[in-house]
Design a protein around this ligand. Structure first.
Ligand code: ADP
Length: 487
């Protein structure tokens, strides 16, 4: 009888369970549910943790019941990171809406953190002080949610990220993994423990936080029908994608081209501190073995293509951008800077806004579409330059995934701009694949060495373009960025 792993990918906008056939080495079935976000005030983003749990349980059940619980050997979990839930330890009920990673309500608090403390935090956690991470969100909830203090005094308050909440509801265990913990701004990524100094600074008692375990741990057991299924193998979504892409060696990297763009770069045992505003994070941990990564994010990537389609009406589908971009030999001098919501790494400028430059009477929509796609590749190039400078490790190839990685023009242009190959996998659900692989390792079904052989390439884009030409275009893009940064 065939055996299966179910990978649960609890993303920000949707939750998906995917059935991985161990013998088949691929996904065989999937169930998905959208999840709502609410925006109660300017810059605030919330979700209903109950809805996240019910939808996760629903999609899990759909996948498991299709093959019978007795044939599912384990569940791997990948999740949206940094989002915070507070709940009652006795009932498992959330006591307030979850504060989502995008939420900016703690901007002011973060801006008030003194210089010296920022340096301590960066040194210990690898993170810049920002409302994006969990610590200030938990602090805010302790201060503003009426039930929080009384529950805390009674020893009945739990705080955790989405992985922790789901595992608690599904199994009763109060745990998280190294990668999710490394995004809270409370976890010391060198000692692999909650940091007493940071807990004291944020006023968060250790008792309300979960136990932290390696990604390949058995976290708890889900009872389904007459069977118990281990939840084993957990990582934050971007880290899971790094693992799913088999980026297991120092210098291996992946770029996810979704709404935003995420570049993760495996730095091996070295916990590299960035001088360029990149994040140092735990890439994954296999038992005792901890692998670090540098991470850079660009807020707008695929969303720029959406804007061409829905905002400007230049495209009827996102995919049409490929054909339009290749219908012209270049952008005709047009440059685009994707700064709709400011610029992320390496600029960290929230006030910058998008820019379209170099327009002439001869500019066509094809030039504009091409300039937008080229800007996505250039922003990845900026990140990769920083990473190589910070780490002294050279990129040799980059694996790609995410919706916009379907665009052949973009992938070829990316290879030309980086001067290295861009490798597109046959299975583009890298996040779910990473969760399935971590689960397989946790259960002793596969070894780390097997993972590389499980990943198949669909297409490798080798750099072919004229290097000097691409350097010149990149220079034009950088000039446009400078203009976007001008007040
Ligand atoms: P997310 O997980 O962030 O929601 P996805 O990985 O599903 O995003 O990717 C969706 C994004 O990819 C959208 O912004 C869409 O415009 C873009 N996209 C999808 N297909 C293409 C394509 N062929 N060319 C360019 N962009 C694309």
């Amino acid at each position: 009888m065939s055996k299966y792993i179910v990978a649960l990918d609890a993303g920000t906008t949707s939750i998906r369970a995917m059935l991985y056939g161990i013998a088949e080495r691929r996904f065989l079935d999937t169930a998905q549910q959208e999840v709502q976000q609410s925006f109660p005030q300017n810059g605030w983003v919330e979700q209903d943790a109950d809805e996240i749990y019910y939808k996760a349980a629903y999609v899990l059940n759909r996948c498991i019941s299709g093959v019978g619980a007795e044939n599912v050997v384990g569940i791997g979990l990948a999740n949206q990171r940094e989002t915070v839930v507070l709940w009652n330890r006795d009932t498992g009920e959330p006591i307030a809406p979850a504060i989502v990673w995008q939420c900016r309500r703690t901007d002011e608090f973060c801006a008030s953190v003194p210089r010296e403390m920022r340096d301590r935090i960066a040194e210990k956690t690898g993170l810049p002080v920002d409302a994006y991470f969990s610590a200030s969100k938990i602090r805010w909830m302790l201060d503003h949610v009426p039930a929080a203090r009384a529950l805390m005094q009674a020893g009945k308050l739990c705080a955790g990220t989405v992985d922790t909440y789901l595992i608690y509801k599904l199994t009763g265990e109060f745990v998280t993994d190294h990668t999710n913990a490394s995004r809270t701004m409370l976890f010391n990524i060198h000692t692999l423990a909650w940091d007493e100094e940071l807990l004291a600074y944020f006023g968060i008692p250790r008792e309300i936080l979960p136990e932290v375990k390696p990604c390949t741990s058995v976290m708890g057991y889900l009872r389904s029908g007459g069977s118990t299924i281990p939840i084993a193998g957990v990582a934050g979504d971007q880290q899971a994608a790094l693992f799913g892409q088999a980026c297991l060696g120092e210098g291996d990297s992946k770029i996810t081209y979704g709404t935003g763009l995420f570049l993760l770069f495996n730095t091996g045992k070295a916990c590299v501190t960035s001088r360029s505003g990149l994040i140092t994070t735990i890439g994954y941990s296999l038992g005792e073995k901890v692998v670090y990564a540098l991470e850079g994010s660009v807020f707008n990537a695929g969303s720029c293509v959406q804007w061409l389609r829905d905002g400007l009406g230049l495209l009827s589908t996102s995919a049409e951008s490929e054909q339009l971009a290749t219908s012209v030999p270049d952008t005709g001098g047009v440059r685009f800077v994707p700064a709709f919501t400011g610029l992320g790494a390496p600029y960290w400028n929230g006030e910058a806004r998008g820019l379209l430059s170099g327009i002439t009477r001869g500019t066509t929509k094809a030039h504009i579409v091409r300039a937008v796609l080229e800007s996505i590749a250039f922003s990845a190039k900026e990140l990769s330059d920083c990473m190589q400078r910070d780490s002294g490790i050279v990129f040799h190839e980059v694996k790609c995934d995410g919706g916009a990685s379907a665009n052949n023009f973009l992938m070829q242009f990316q290879a030309d701009v980086l001067g290295i190959s861009v490798n597109r996998p046959a299975e583009r659900e890298s996040t779910a694949l990473g969760a399935a692989f971590l689960c397989g390792i946790a259960l002793g079904l596969f070894g780390e060495v097997d993972i590389a052989s499980f990943r198949a390439s669909e297409r490798v884009f080798a750099p072919v373009g004229d290097r000097s030409q691409h350097e010149k275009w990149y220079g034009e893009y950088r000039k446009a960025v400078e203009r976007a940064l001008m007040k």
